[in-house]
Ligand binder design. Structure first.
Ligand code: PEP
Length: 239
């Protein structure tokens, strides 16, 4: 059965401009889904000023530290001062390109929670792991090393993003999404009483969004490439 209220989060990665923010300033989806746009740090102020107020603003990363000699880092409390409400943590690009481990991801999620931000914690398997039938094992390992250590009373979101589906145009089939989301939900229910939203991410677009969001236990979408086009993203927010 389709759950009507979804979370649709946009990950702009290292893309976007003041112009793009302006294009989104009249963004008006018909459906009342929760929309979060995560632009690069440098566009956070413009996003807050120019985007419609129903759109929540997210960051794409934060430091695990609060302040100090960490050149180039930005803390969760600094993001909170910019009216950021959400932060992506442990995106696969951070894991692979910036060597973020599950322990670092847990510490970043804690730092975010301490600053009253909602972390969106990303997990997902590589193609090799999928081919070796290790998807559920990898998800368990990632959850145990990061998400499961979070205080059960805190609010957070999980994004299941198969790494092989990110930016490739490939997506898992319906049964695979159903299986992974049920698995994550069941695993989280061992530690957390409340329903943790579980987003799907990886090549979600205007064409496949309705099908994906109608799958049981899919609480919404984390969208990369398709979120940079306002018409596509509007269609996704209306799914
Ligand atoms: C992402 O990078 O989080 C993502 C989902 O990207 P894409 O939608 O482009 O696959």
């Amino acid at each position: 059965m389709k759950n009507n209220h979804k979370i649709i989060a946009a990950n702009w990665k290292m893309n976007g401009s003041e112009e793009l923010i302006k294009e989104f300033s009249k963004f008006a989806p018909e459906k009342h889904n929760d929309i979060i746009i995560c632009p690069p740090f440098t566009l956070l102020d413009s996003a807050k000023t120019l985007l419609p107020s129903f759109i929540k603003i997210g960051a794409q990363n934060c430091s695990e530290k609060n302040n100090g000699p960490f050149t180039g880092e930005i803390s969760a409390s600094m993001l909170q001062e910019k009216s950021v409400t959400h932060v992506l943590i442990g995106h696969s690009e951070r894991r692979t390109l910036f060597n973020e481990t599950d322990d670092v991801i847990y510490k970043k999620a804690e730092a975010a929670i301490c600053s009253k931000l909602t972390p969106i914690i990303c997990i997902g398997e590589t193609l090799l792991e999928k081919k070796a039938n290790k998807t559920l094992q990898v998800l368990d390992y990632q959850i145990d090393g990061s998400v499961a250590k979070i205080n059960p009373h805190e609010k957070f979101i999980v994004a299941y993003e198969p790494i092989w589906a990110i930016g490739t145009g490939l997506i898992p089939n319906e049964n695979e999404i159903k299986e992974t989301h049920l698995h994550i939900k069941t695993k989280l229910s061992q530690n957390f009483n409340t329903d943790i939203p579980i987003l799907y991410g990886g090549s979600a677009n205007a064409e496949n969004c309705s099908q994906i969001t109608s799958i049981k236990n899919v609480g919404g979408l984390l969208v990369g490439g398709a979120s940079l086009n306002q018409h596509d993203f509007l269609a996704i927010c209306n799914c």
